[in-house]
Design a protein around this ligand. Structure first.
Ligand code: AMP
Ligand code: MG
Length: 520
């Protein structure tokens, strides 16, 4: 296996001088060297051919023992020095102090095709940042991360990627619902790939310790390597940097809203500085369209990270980042201006996203209320988001009376759709048809445009769970089936029509489907 190894992070940033792998506070350092844990019986379950290619590897490489051993942490490649990163974070609105890579170990960076990638193992053992936990990951959460990060990429949403999914052969103890019922589960390792794994919390930790020198070193490194178009770091460049992070974060979140993705734990340590979706934990996909929905059982009381609140939380998190960068900028006004821009751009961007979802190319005054009414209607009775928007594309602007026929498949309980609700839908379709008459595109052109932004296939919560249940029994075929399906989420795939279906009733309250905890 030949890789074009780079080690910019560890060569250019301050290292923790302590080499013991004991849990501790790490000061004035961006990372600690750490060796991955050897596993009992590693076995590869899946490899992403696309990521192989991105790294300059071939399928043949992925079949070697070398590949298996490196990507499960059993061998450390020559000229590489694995490390865990130090970061902090605000968790559920409170400053949590030092967190860090508690179970992620960065192996090395690879440069290929003028792109820079960091290869990281998740679940490869404890690090100085593991606090009270074991540094391991279980199969179910690893399958979820592996499939979803690749699926998000194919949806066109910025995300970290995954190269491989492997069993470790070790058993890992987990109490899924934190209710005193711990059990052994199969251990697994996912290799994750990203241009950078630096998070908002990577900067917050130094700001919280008034360590402006290390803060500046990390900000400069990030700009030089990941935002080089901004130029040589200076106060003005720090402001431009913050503005760009604001814009990337906003654009990612609008994408999440578009496809009904709920991250589940938008703590600032789970916010990528590159505006990538990162840390797939108790995430979920909207089935019924519901602004108040969250899959995360740990967040059931306040639902801080519910679907409809993601844009607000994005902004809240950016405020924390602004505070962290303040010592370098020393002016409140430009940072505040960037945050105010987020508010304004969110307002416009989300309406534009919804316009796209309903196939409006032009902008009209009445769009805002048409969209608002639609969002209200979708929540009157449980209505499948994915099926609704996909089927809406078949609506004919000259036949508004047929509207309900096109979309009725999206209703979970047709009996709940009372005559009053039917009438409200009919009225909405009338307004929609009238609005469509102001557009110049034909019905079929509109359908094509809508199908390019409304996915037909997403990783519904129960689909991932089916793959997990099979994998637990040693059958990994569904992992590949879903992986292949989700490569073309916007395409019609007649052979896969069975996945274009509402959540089955058995999955409504099943753990792993609608209820996920942080336990992983
Ligand atoms: P998360 O909410 O999953 O992003 O995790 C928050 C923090 O807990 C991060 O610092 C993780 O590295 C750490 N963490 C989560 N699970 C484990 C684990 N099993 N072992 C060690 N650290 C963990
Ligand atoms: Mg995390």
């Amino acid at each position: 296996m030949k890789l074009n190894i780079k080690n910019t992070f560890i060569e250019e940033l301050p290292a923790d001088p302590v080499l013991d792998n004991n849990r501790r506070q790490v000061k004035e350092a961006c990372f600690s060297y750490v060796t991955p844990k050897k596993t009992a019986k590693p076995k590869l379950l899946h490899v992403s051919n696309e990521m192989l290619k991105n790294l300059g590897l071939t399928e043949a490489d992925s079949k070697t023992t070398d590949f298996l051993n490196v990507l499960t942490g059993n061998t450390v490649m020559e000229n590489t020095k694995p490390y865990a990163m130090c970061y902090g974070g605000h968790q559920f609105g409170n400053w949590a102090g030092q967190l860090g890579d508690g179970r992620a170990i960065n192996l090395f960076e690879v440069e290929n095709d003028q792109k820079q990638w960091t290869v990281q193992l998740k679940g490869a053992g404890a690090t100085p940042y593991s606090r009270t936990a074991d540094g391991l990951a279980v199969l179910r959460s690893s399958i979820r991360e592996y499939l979803c990060s690749e699926a998000m990429h194919h949806l066109g949403i910025p995300t970290t990627r995954a190269l491989s999914l492997a069993l470790t052969g070790d058993e890992v103890m987990r109490d899924v619902l934190y209710n005193g019922n711990a059990e052994y589960e199969k251990g697994a390792v996912v290799s994750r790939i990203s241009p950078s794994f630096v998070r908002f919390g990577s900067f917050e930790i130094f700001a919280s310790r008034q360590d402006t020198a290390t803060l500046k070193t990390l900000v400069d490194y990030t700009i030089n390597h990941h935002f080089p178009h901004l130029g040589t770091p200076s106060k003005a460049v720090y402001i431009a940097f913050f503005n760009e992070v604001v814009q990337r974060t906003l654009s990612m979140i609008i994408d999440w809203q578009r496809v009904g993705f709920v991250h589940g734990v938008m703590n600032t340590d789970n916010m990528s500085i590159l505006g990538l979706t990162i840390d797939y934990g108790p995430y979920g996909w909207l089935e019924g369209f519901e602004e108040g929905w969250t899959p995360n059982t740990t967040d059931m009381q306040h639902k801080r990270y519910r679907y409809g609140n993601q844009p607000n939380i994005g902004l809240w998190n950016l405020y924390q980042l602004a505070n962290a960068l303040y010592p370098l900028v020393e002016e409140v006004e430009p940072l505040e201006a960037a945050l105010n821009q987020y508010r304004a751009d969110f307002e416009l961007g989300s309406i534009q996203m919804m316009r796209n979802k309903i196939g409006l190319k032009t902008e009209k005054q009445q769009d805002k209320s048409l969209i608002k009414d639609l969002e209200t209607l979708l929540q009157l009775t449980e209505t499948d988001m994915t099926i609704f928007f996909r089927n809406l594309a078949a609506f004919k602007k000259d036949n508004p009376n047929e509207g309900l026929e096109w979309i009725k498949e999206a209703f979970y309980s047709p009996t709940e759709v009372t005559d009053t609700i039917k009438q409200q839908w009919k009225d909405w379709f009338q307004h929609y048809a009238t609005r469509l008459q102001l557009e110049t595109v034909s019905d079929s052109e509109r359908k094509k445009a809508m199908n390019a932004v409304n996915p037909k296939y997403v990783l519904r919560n129960y689909m991932a769970q089916l793959a997990i249940d099979d994998a637990d029994k040693g059958d990994y075929a569904l992992i590949d089936e879903l992986y292949q399906l989700l490569k073309k989420p916007y395409a019609e795939q007649p052979e896969n029509e069975k996945w274009f279906a509402k959540r089955p009733e058995w999955a409504r309250h099943k753990v792993g489907c609608s209820m996920l905890s942080c336990s992983s």
